[in-house]
Design a binder for this molecule. Structure first.
Ligand SMILES: [Mg+2]
Length: 150
């Protein structure tokens, strides 16, 4: 009885697949929208995908404060039209801050705002989701953004 069942190649692929699972652990999102209903819809979809933490903010100003206090954030999803500081202004603030500029930002837009997506991409947005969206579409966009699309 030895190690004849132990195959190094299998071990390596096992470690790789475990690594892929672990990479998906402790996923933390910041969801910014002035609509509490929309925040709840997005937060639920993110939890269904496997998000561990969803931090919420009602406008860009509050989102900047949450970024300072929330610890690690993996992905930001932000609405466009919001009081105090809109999504584009918030995006520009995030991209202009050395501590946050590498956090991928997904714009959540209405059909009418789709034409403005290019402006957001130029300002550093990684991706966008048009409302209304299905959980599957949101999942695909998040996985694309995190580079874990299959
Ligand atoms: Mg809004």
């Amino acid at each position: 009885m030895g190690n004849e069942g132990l195959d190094i190649g299998n071990l390596e692929s096992l470690e790789k697949s475990l690594g892929a699972v672990f990479e998906r652990k402790d996923l933390r999102f910041l969801v910014v929208d002035d609509s509490g209903t929309m925040r709840r819809i997005i937060a639920k979809a993110l939890k269904d995908i496997g998000a561990d933490t969803v931090v919420e903010a009602g406008d860009g100003m509050e989102a900047l404060l949450k970024l300072q206090s929330a610890g690690k954030i993996d992905v930001i999803l932000t609405d466009w039209n919001m009081p105090k500081m809109n999504g584009l202004e918030f995006l520009k603030s995030v991209k202009g801050n050395a501590a946050f500029k590498d956090i991928p930002v997904i714009m959540v837009t209405t059909e009418a705002e789709k034409a403005s997506v290019l402006e957001a991409i130029k300002a550093g947005a990684r991706n966008y989701v048009a409302k209304p969206f299905t959980p599957d579409v949101l999942k695909a966009k998040v996985e694309q953004t995190l580079g874990i699309a299959k």
